[in-house]
Design a protein around this ligand. Structure first.
Ligand SMILES: NC(=O)c1ccc[n+]([C@@H]2O[C@H](COP(=O)([O-])OP(=O)(O)OC[C@H]3O[C@@H](n4cnc5c(N)ncnc54)[C@H](OP(=O)(O)O)[C@@H]3O)[C@@H](O)[C@H]2O)c1
Length: 318
């Protein structure tokens, strides 16, 4: 497989937040990546009124929809029939189920598997192994290292999605963000610390690039991103594009840590967001060199900050 391009691709979590972009990029890629693309989804999603437009548009372009239960081994074995490449875009709550999916992949004809990552580098430095949000992804990597002989894996590590970063969650204002309506930003610390971001459309582009380059992608955690910027430079871009001054509040990093601990102690799922924001603010997305270039992607191939800010202002962001 290492030198062979994907042929029959199966995607899990295709209609999710990032799955939509990854699936869209795969089926729109020119020249084609793979001969055929299928998605595996739950009957609830396949019949959901909210998902009909996207599913119909994909089906009209040749994509097949397989419905089944993610936890039913026979459903997965049937879905794997004839598949050589699997892309998992499963959400955080379904990450652990990938261990069974990988085990069944090893017993089938699947040769290449992309576990659901598309985010923070879970093996960035010595402290990464203790971060609570990383535990399920770390377990998946450990299972792969210790058990898989035949199936090869690729992790696409993108850092935070700028499109989501540009929002301000009302339930987690101190975690930082941007509110276009009130022209208000909340930044962590001074706001001058650099963060590496990927736009959601670029995540799709990067996965397609990885699929086109098995020779550099297989057995690798690819560190990729669209651009590096600072929270204050993002404010400046919003001010430029809206033609008005924004209000900026600061959350000191110590305060962020305190809220993070409170949220974990209270078993509040929002704790994950606080931890990730801290990791990003503390430099956990920065590299001397990314893997963009080995995938054939130049800086001008990636979306700039201005494009994401424009989408956010136009209400077309995340
Ligand atoms: N870098 C970032 O800023 C960032 C932000 C968000 C997410 N991520 C990462 O991106 C990956 C995908 O996350 P996402 O937010 O796109 O996922 P999501 O939209 O929450 O879920 C994707 C799909 O996973 C399946 N799924 C979710 N929960 C499930 C459950 N409990 N049981 C069975 N299936 C379930 C569903 O598939 P069906 O509907 O087809 O059944 C769902 O559509 C994750 O690894 C996440 O950590 C990164």
């Amino acid at each position: 497989m290492a030198s062979q391009l994907p042929s029959n691709i199966l995607i899990f979590g295709a209609t999710g937040n990032i799955g939509k972009y990854i699936t869209g990029a795969i089926i729109s890629a020119e020249p084609n990546v793979g001969r055929h693309v299928s998605i595996f989804t739950s009957p609830a999603t396949a019949s959901s009124p909210d998902k009909q437009a996207i599913l119909s548009s994909w089906k009209s372009r040749g994509l097949s929809v397989i419905t089944g239960d993610l936890s039913n081994a026979d459903d997965i074995r049937n879905a794997y029939n004839g598949i050589d490449t699997v892309i998992s875009c499963l959400g955080r709550n379904a990450l652990a189920s990938q261990i069974e999916l990988l085990k069944l992949a090893e017993e089938s004809g699947v040769q290449w598997f992309f576990p659901s990552e598309y985010g923070t580098d879970i093996e960035y430095d010595a402290s990464s192994k203790d971060e609570k949000p990383h535990q399920n992804k770390l377990r998946v990597r450990e299972y792969i290292r210790e058990n898989l002989k035949k199936v090869k894996c690729t992790y696409v590590v993108t850092g935070p999605y700028i499109d989501m970063y540009l929002t301000l969650a009302p339930v987690a204002k101190e975690a930082g963000g941007y509110d276009v309506k009130s022209k208000k930003a909340v930044v962590i610390g001074s706001g001058d610390d650099r963060v590496g971001f990927t736009t959601m459309p670029d995540v799709g582009k990067l996965v397609v690039a990885a699929l086109r380059h098995p020779e550099v992608s297989i057995d690798k955690a690819l560190k990729v991103q669209s651009f590096v910027t600072t929270p204050n430079d993002i404010v400046a871009e919003f001010e430029k594009q809206t033609g008005s001054k924004w209000t900026v509040e600061h959350t000191p990093i110590q305060k962020l840590r305190e809220i993070e601990n409170e949220k974990w102690n209270a078993n509040d799922p929002i704790a994950t967001l606080y931890t990730l924001k801290r990791i990003w603010a503390e430099g956990g997305t920065l590299y001397d060199k990314t893997d963009n270039e080995i995938l054939g992607l130049r800086p001008e191939d990636m979306e700039p900050l201005s494009a994401a800010v424009e989408r956010a202002i136009g209400g077309k962001g995340y």
